[in-house]
Each structure stands twice: as C-alpha cells, then as structure tokens.
Design a protein around this ligand. Sequence first.
Ligand code: FEO
Length: 136
Amino acid sequence: MALMTWDDKFSVGVKVLDADHKKLIAMVNELHDGILSGKRQESLAHVLDQLVKYTQVHFAREEEFFTRTKYPQAAQHKKEHDELIKTAVDLQARSKSGASSMLSLETMTFLKNWLSHHINDIDKKYGPHLNSQGIH
Ligand code: FEO
C-alpha cells in the first residue's frame, strides 16, 4: 500500500511544480515499498540517490521562480530546502556506510511527514504570488 497518495488539495497552482511533487511522492512510495518487500540495501540506496537528486532539481526549480518573481518569503523557504537536503545527504552517507537501519520505516515516516508539511504549509503559500506573476 502506498505510504502517500497525491490529492488535489496538495496543488500549489503551478503545473510543473505539481508534477514535481507527484513524482517525489511516487519516489517516496517506491522507497517505502522497497523496504517493505525486503529489497537489498544497494537497491534501496539507489532509489534514495534518485530521490535526493530529484529533490534538488525540484528545489532549484522553485528557487528559480522565486528569484525571477522576487518572492518575498524566498529566504525562509530556501532555508527549509537546505535543511532537508542536509538531512537527506546525511541519510545517504549513513546508508552507504552500512548503517542499514537508517533506511527504515521510521525514516520513511519522517520523509512523508516532511513532504506533506512542506507542500501544504510552505509551498502552497507561493501559489498566489507565482500565479499573479503569470506562472501557472
Ligand atoms: Fe516543493 Fe519547496 O518544495
């Protein structure tokens, strides 16, 4: 069963960013399914690598919109991005060093909660601003 399910209430009102969020949710689910089905650590580490890479691509896309439109809450928003990347890179390093327990269901709950909170409480705030600048 999927750990997270996309719901239209997650929409930030910008198509390309909604598509990114859908993809990130799918990747979190893939990692979760891999843990549940007992996939090997190397395989899980590969999925985690892909998830971290895509998260960086997504954050860069949002931040480019912020710069282009002079989004007033950009600095605070970017701080949340930077903190998550720091945590994720640490997770990657630990999983590669063999501390396999790091890629646990607790980790997945953390990622799910972070993503839900970030999209709903932080990302959704930029929707009206980007829309007012012609970005939909
Ligand atoms: Fe969709 Fe701010 O990350």
